[in-house]
Design a protein around this ligand. Structure first.
Ligand SMILES: C[S@@+](CC[C@H](N)C(=O)[O-])C[C@H]1O[C@@H](n2cnc3c(N)ncnc32)[C@H](O)[C@@H]1O
Length: 302
């Protein structure tokens, strides 16, 4: 990947606050490579992107014609996709609330997606107003939207890095991350609906191990992952084909492979389960949940 893509809070534009305290104290979402973002040309709107397809499944407006076409093709192959996206988002909220309830105050959310209601920041702050969040995504549209949010919501505790999960060493060494997160203290590492965009041959096991190893005891890994285990074979195959034409591969993994990504972390109850069944709350999982073909879990470093 482009080495510069992970070089910390590099600058500002469009009135975004200067990184590293250049704005008024306590007033900065910090930015990686903000000056390099030149929307819309860098957004490659002619190619479908997973962040914008996901936005479409969630009923968002931050998507382009190519994204909508690809998303519709994926939904035609696997009609439960919008439900999967919604239940995944709900899982993210419940898991963040759980981690904040454990006393974790630092959140590293890799594969953030386009900011939406129920973001990590929003949920974590409900429990812990002092929670710090670092968002990492390799899609420039995510940073562009986060920057737009920034304009109305400066809080001093949120950092956005445009960087690639496939280079975890660069993420961990990023000055922006180091400024925001103390790796000597517990962190909730969030890999929610992102690892299925990383192929085995790109080193998915080593990537997750590198991130796990960097965390202090008391940290949590919040993970969800697409799987073929609960979908008809033909749907899973067609979904993979649709994504292979978009800008990211889709690698659906069966249970044992997803479980192996937790490494030696200890899963909390109810363990790694079909996504809607992770602590669904008193109202239970939504109607049609059986079709949601993904796993979710939270595991702790003891
Ligand atoms: C399906 S969305 C999930 C968003 C959010 N985590 C959630 O669960 O609501 C996947 C996100 O991962 C990002 N992504 C995919 N591959 C990535 C990579 N190699 N590095 C960083 N981000 C990546 C995409 O741009 C997209 O925003």
């Amino acid at each position: 990947m482009d080495k510069d893509a992970t070089q910390g809070a590099a600058g500002t534009r469009d009135g975004a606050p200067a990184p590293g305290g250049g704005a008024a104290a306590g007033d900065a979402w910090r930015w990686a490579r903000a000056e390099d973002l030149k929307p819309p040309t860098e957004l490659h709107t002619e190619t479908a992107h997973p962040a914008r397809m996901y936005d479409y499944y969630l009923g968002g407006k931050d998507n382009f014609e190519a994204d909508r076409r690809a998303a519709e093709a994926a939904i035609a192959a696997y009609p439960a996709l919008p439900l999967l996206a919604r239940t995944n988002r709900a899982f993210l909220g419940r898991a963040v609330e759980y981690a904040a309830g454990l006393g974790i105050r630092q959140f590293l959310d890799i594969g953030t997606g386009i900011p939406a209601v129920g973001s990590t920041t929003e949920v974590a702050r409900r429990v812990a107003p002092d929670a710090r969040v670092v968002y990492v995504d390799n899609d420039p549209i995510v940073a562009t939207h986060a920057r737009a949010l920034l304009a109305g919501h400066r809080d001093g505790h949120t950092t956005v890095l445009q960087a690639d999960l496939r280079d975890p060493g660069a993420i961990l060494a990023d000055p922006g991350l180091k400024q925001a997160i103390d790796l000597g203290e517990p962190v909730a590492l969030m890999l929610v609906a992102v690892l299925h965009f990383v192929r085995d041959e790109e080193g998915v096991d080593e990537i997750v191990a590198t991130l796990r190893d960097a965390l202090a005891p008391g940290s949590a890994l919040i993970l969800s992952h697409g799987s073929p285990d609960f979908a008809p074979r033909s749907s899973a195959d067609e979904g993979v084909r649709v994504y292979s034409r978009a800008s990211a591969p889709l690698v659906l993994r069966e249970r044992s492979r997803v479980e192996s990504l937790l490494g030696d972390f200890t899963p909390v109850e109810p363990g790694l389960v079909q996504l809607p069944l992770w602590r669904p709350g008193p109202e239970g999982p939504p109607e049609g949940w059986q079709a949601v073909s993904a796993y979710a879990g939270v595991a702790l470093k003891v």
